[in-house]
Design a protein around this ligand. Structure first.
Ligand code: FAD
Length: 464
């Protein structure tokens, strides 16, 4: 994009700010820079690519009417829009590549209704708040990322995968969880359109490129009083066997099963007293009724229970197992050693234990394995991994990815800046791009992030 375009955009934004002075604009450059970032710094590659990418301004609409006003004004003036929830995404998804406005959705947080195992809320609501509001009615969210305290419903839908709870319900994309969305078009007179079922899922993980999602309706799970525990093992095989049996066990009521293979426990200082040096560990979130069976299973395999608490109490004390799972393991490791980075792997159900063992035998501590058990989209139980590794160079990283793929293990590369190259494995369904044509005909939403749109020559048609 040329300098003249940037200047035109900035001038246009000043005009919008003058036309809509009552909106909550952020003008402080340091704050704008902060609100242009997410957790892409986990990746040294993305850190380099996204360096210096900032919005020209940030606005926080207080309600749907204000959202509509700012979106309409941006459409009229061809100003790019990047949507932001909690800003905890890992791929620079909420970082604007071409300036423009970041729309901070955190004030659109109203729960519309909760009943019969379903709920509907505005997308700026934090997941922990939605969960809290569902509990009095006997329900909770089916799956949340380990960032549930900060992350928003819209951000999970727009940029996430699933997480804690995916052991029961699979990823968020499993049909039956997302029931519908209400999304706004980016047009001079924005319209709200309701998408249901499979069509709604075409806006999932699209990084806010093909619609502004204002409300989400989703299926909930029966609420439970979860507990958490840690089990440690000196044998890696026994540790894996335990986690797998727990994951498969139909009588075990669970919400998360996470494995930290040695040496990963050394990167989790808040749990040190429960993680003896040199041991492999399994951190779980289970129903209280399943704790005795889990302990017996662990002991039968030579393991030992080192910790147990209610999740509610552990959250209050800021040492919950939940905030050590998924990419929180990576976060804690990065705090201990900034030279570390990570990958995202998924194993084939039924072959997953063998694949994990082969990976360990091949790479040793070069790829330190942290596993998360889930049910896949097909319902089969398997595990995924967010392994830690030392960042040596981009070439080394790509070589490790190539070797892992050669072993038949899927790698969703987290060091990429476009929608297609991550979990979509190179290309997105044509329906996802078709929705962009419908919701964002001028290509103003998060420009540069949807490769198919750029390749079709549609990028920023109005702004060029
Ligand atoms: C420590 C750590 C742990 C994590 N663990 C997990 C995990 O367990 N599971 C998981 O899936 N992810 C995980 N993540 C990634 C991230 O936290 C989650 O995906 C989270 O749900 C993102 O929500 P957010 O509100 O922070 O989204 P943001 O980062 O604000 O946005 C994410 C994407 O969604 C888009 N978006 C936001 N709101 C809207 C909207 N209203 N309409 C359209 N697009 C929108 C944004 O433009 C952006 O592209 C983790 C990240 C970190 C840093």
């Amino acid at each position: 994009m040329s300098d003249t375009t940037v200047t035109r955009q900035q001038t246009a934004l000043i005009e919008i700010q003058q036309t809509l002075p009552a909106l909550a604009w952020t003008t402080d450059p340091a704050r704008i820079a902060r609100l242009s970032q997410d957790f892409s710094w986990f990746s040294p590659v993305l850190k380099r690519i996204l360096e210096g990418k900032v919005a020209d301004g940030v606005v926080r609409p207080r309600d749907e009417a204000e959202l509509r006003e700012v979106v309409g004004a941006c459409a009229r003036q061809d100003v790019p829009i990047t949507m932001r929830g909690g800003g905890t995404g890992n791929y620079g998804q909420a970082t604007p590549l071409h300036g423009g406005v970041v729309i901070d959705m955190s004030d659109l947080k109203r729960v519309a209704w909760i009943r019969d195992g379903m709920g509907r809320a505005q997308t700026g609501i934090r997941l922990a708040d939605f969960d809290q509001q569902a509990r009095p009615a006997g329900w909770e969210l089916r799956c949340v990322p380990s960032t549930f305290r900060m992350a928003s419903l819209g951000g999970l839908f727009g940029g996430g995968f699933g997480g804690i709870g995916s052991i029961n319900y699979g990823p968020l994309a499993s049909p039956g969880t997302i029931l519908g969305v209400s999304a706004m078009t980016v047009e001079p007179e924005p319209r709200l359109i309701e998408l249901r079922g499979a069509e709604a899922l075409m806006q999932h993980h699209a990084w806010g490129t093909n619609g502004i999602v204002v409300e989400i309706e989703l299926a909930l799970a029966p609420a439970a009083n979860w507990h958490e525990a840690i089990y440690t093992f000196s044998s890696a095989d026994d540790c894996l066997e335990f986690a797998n049996q727990l994951a498969l066990g139909p009588g075990i009521a669970k919400k998360n099963i996470c494995v930290w293979m040695d040496p990963i426990p050394r990167y989790l200082p808040r749990l040190t007293e429960y993680l003896p040096a040199g041991q492999h560990a399994v951190g779980v979130v289970l129903a209280p009724s399943s704790l005795a069976a889990a302990r017996a299973l662990a002991e039968g395999l030579g393991g030992k229970q080192t910790y147990e608490d209610s999740t509610e109490q552990a959250i209050r004390q800021n040492r919950t197992v939940m905030e050590h799972t998924w990419n929180h393991t990576t976060l804690h490791a990065l705090k201990e050693d900034s030279g570390i980075t990570y990958l995202q792997l998924s194993f084939t159900a039924g072959q997953h234990l063998e694949q994990v063992k082969r990976l360990r035998a091949t790479f040793g501590d070069e790829v330190m394995l942290h596993l998360e058990f889930i049910r896949g989209l097909d319902g089969h139980t398997t595990c995924t991994s967010l392994p830690l590794m030392r960042f040596v160079s981009e070439d080394h990283l790509n070589e490790v990815i190539r070797r892992i793929r050669e072993m038949g293990v899927r790698v969703n590369n987290p060091h990429v800046k476009v929608v297609e190259d991550g979990k979509f494995g190179g290309s997105v369904p044509p329906e996802l791009v078709a929705l962009k044509r419908r919701f964002d005909p001028r290509g103003l939403l998060n420009p540069g992030k949807l490769k198919s749109w750029v390749q079709a020559g549609m990028e920023m048609t109005g702004a060029q």
